[in-house]
Design a protein around this ligand. Structure first.
Ligand SMILES: Nc1ncnc2c1ncn2[C@@H]1O[C@H](COP(=O)(O)OP(=O)(O)O)[C@@H](O)[C@H]1O
Ligand SMILES: [Mg+2]
Length: 260
């Protein structure tokens, strides 16, 4: 880890109408690490990732990528960030009408149309699909793929850009244990193969422990615990312990139901 974080959230606040999602949220991510952000459903994990790439605007605070404040960037600046920071969306977010090839090539056309030839793009797509262990599926449509394969195509689309940072939103949610393990191995393999920095958002504890260099726990809009995985194996904070051990946060469930 280098001294300067590659990504920093400082005192970030985000509300939707009366609903406050993030309040004074702080987080640092260091180059080359895999940081896992855990937290219950609706706690603001996806919102945090979307703020970082400018798909949502913060109400307050700063979010820096390589020292530049994303919250102050215009469309060109944000395009630059999205070229370097790729997001694997919850559910994969593949375009159903497009082939796998066109899905994986999508961001390459968007960001590299000038410098890459069609042959370069096809070669990059082949490379990305073989890294996720899906060679030869270029002509298939998302509807022909299993859930686990869709996640891997989404991952191929993210890494095709040769990003510095990959944001994984619930990469294993909805997968069976075998496909979950496969994705965990892929995340670890990619870190070695392309030395990427990763933020992995998940509520799957097994997955979290399998991939994390550090972990952060998000609760009611703030980071309430942060540290190496060992820190989270026997947590003293009851809110963290409830989450790790899969105990239902009784009163909060009711609150979430009433407010959501
Ligand atoms: N675009 C939006 N408009 C209104 N509310 C939103 C929007 N995006 C997210 N929210 C709300 O913000 C809260 C956090 O959402 P999210 O970050 O998606 O949760 P999760 O931690 O499950 O990923 C939820 O209550 C959700 O309903
Ligand atoms: Mg989410």
């Amino acid at each position: 880890m280098s001294a300067e974080p590659i990504i920093s959230f400082r005192n970030v606040c985000k509300a939707f109408g009366p609903k406050v999602v993030l309040r004074g949220f702080d987080l640092d991510v260091y180059k080359g690490e895999t940081l896992v952000v855990m937290g219950g459903s609706g706690v603001g994990k996806s919102v945090m990732l979307k703020l970082l790439i400018g798909l949502l605007e913060a109400d307050h605070g700063t979010i820096t990528y390589m020292g530049e404040d994303v919250t102050k960037m215009g469309p060109d600046g944000l395009r630059g960030v999205r070229k370097r920071v790729a997001m694997l969306f919850q559910g994969g977010a593949l375009f159903d009408s497009m082939s796998v090839e066109d899905n994986v090539a999508y961001a390459l056309h968007e960001h590299h149309a000038k410098e890459m030839t069609p042959e370069d793009i096809a070669a990059r797509v082949d490379w990305a699909l073989s890294l996720v262990d899906l060679p030869g599926v270029q002509d298939m449509k998302p509807a022909d793929l299993s859930g686990g394969m869709k996640k891997r195509v989404g991952l191929a689309r993210a890494i095709a850009l040769h990003p510095d940072v990959v944001l994984y939103d619930e990469p294993t949610t909805g997968l069976d244990p075998i496909n979950t393990t496969r994705i965990n191995h892929l995340l670890n393999g990619l870190k070695r193969a392309i030395s990427v920095t990763s933020i992995v958002v998940t509520h799957d504890m097994n997955s979290a422990f399998a991939v994390a260099d550090r972990m952060a726990m998000l609760h009611r809009g703030e980071v309430i615990a942060m540290g190496p995985p060992d820190h989270f194996r026997e947590p003293s904070d009851p809110r963290v312990a409830d989450f790790i051990l899969g105990r239902a946060p009784e009163h909060e469930d009711v609150e979430t139901l009433l407010s959501g």
